[in-house]
Design a protein around this ligand. Structure first.
Ligand SMILES: Nc1nc2c(c(=O)[nH]1)N[C@H]1C(S)=C(S)[C@@H](COP(=O)(O)O)O[C@H]1N2
Ligand SMILES: [Mo]
Length: 213
């Protein structure tokens, strides 16, 4: 797929900082690593270079916030399945969940847990770029998980650690806000920032271009 044009009306998008509970800190990339631990044969660590050297794919897909806005952008990243496979995680095991932890700031760490089989089926990614740019700090540099079928509160920016677990619990902030545990995007009207209009999304799961007619 080639970039036909970048996201229209991007300047109208709600600020990424508004949706960053713990705020942004500078990240020392010398020391940065993505840790994968928990129910794995052996814990692993990947450097940023390791991740960006894995095969990346481009996804022109829509993310949805539970606050009823959405935006379709060009996300580039590695498939979650590829990263978990390399780490020896059994992506077919329906009792496994993935708890994501952000890098964190002095305000704390943001966490959220998703179902691995479902996320892999929806081609969830670990994104490192958007609209041809490396992620900004506000947008979740160096890496953010995106499952396009889930509300974005389930998808953690500024990722640092991934825990494979059989425990599925609401993350700290989700529990505070009273959101649903599975976080699957519901059928209702959403505002598309890129299109500057609302549209009804009539089936559960991923919001794709074909749904916007
Ligand atoms: N670490 C972290 N990730 C997070 C959040 C957060 O507060 N902290 N908020 C989530 C929510 S609710 C949304 S809508 C998206 C917003 O991302 P964007 O506006 O930068 O695309 O980030 C998600 N990931
Ligand atoms: Mo959100």
């Amino acid at each position: 797929m080639s970039y036909k044009k970048l996201t229209p009306n991007i300047e109208k998008k709600p600020s990424s900082l508004r949706y960053f509970q713990e705020g942004v800190s500078t990240i020392d990339m010398e020391g940065w690593k993505l840790e994968i631990f928990g129910k794995v044969a052996q814990p692993v660590e990947y450097s940023y270079e390791d991740i960006t050297n894995f095969t990346s794919s481009l996804h022109h897909r829509r993310t949805v916030c539970v606050c009823l806005w959405s935006i379709r952008r060009y996300w580039k990243g590695v498939l979650l399945r590829d990263v978990l496979d390399r780490a020896g995680v059994d992506c077919e095991n329906p009792s496994l969940y993935l708890k994501q932890y952000s890098h964190g700031t002095d305000k704390g760490i943001y966490d959220s847990t998703i179902h691995i089989v479902s996320a892999v089926k929806r081609n969830a990614i670990l994104a490192h770029s958007v609209d041809e740019q490396i992620l900004s700090l506000e947008n979740g540099f160096p890496l953010r998980l995106i499952d396009f079928g889930l509300y974005q509160y389930k998808c953690v920016k500024a990722l640092a650690r991934l825990e494979v677990t059989t425990v599925n619990k609401l993350g700290y902030w989700e529990a505070l806000a009273g959101y649903s545990l599975d976080g699957v995007v519901e059928s209702k009207k959403y505002y598309a920032v890129d299109l500057q209009k609302k549209f009804y999304f009539s089936k559960q799961g991923e919001v794709q271009e074909t749904d916007i007619v």
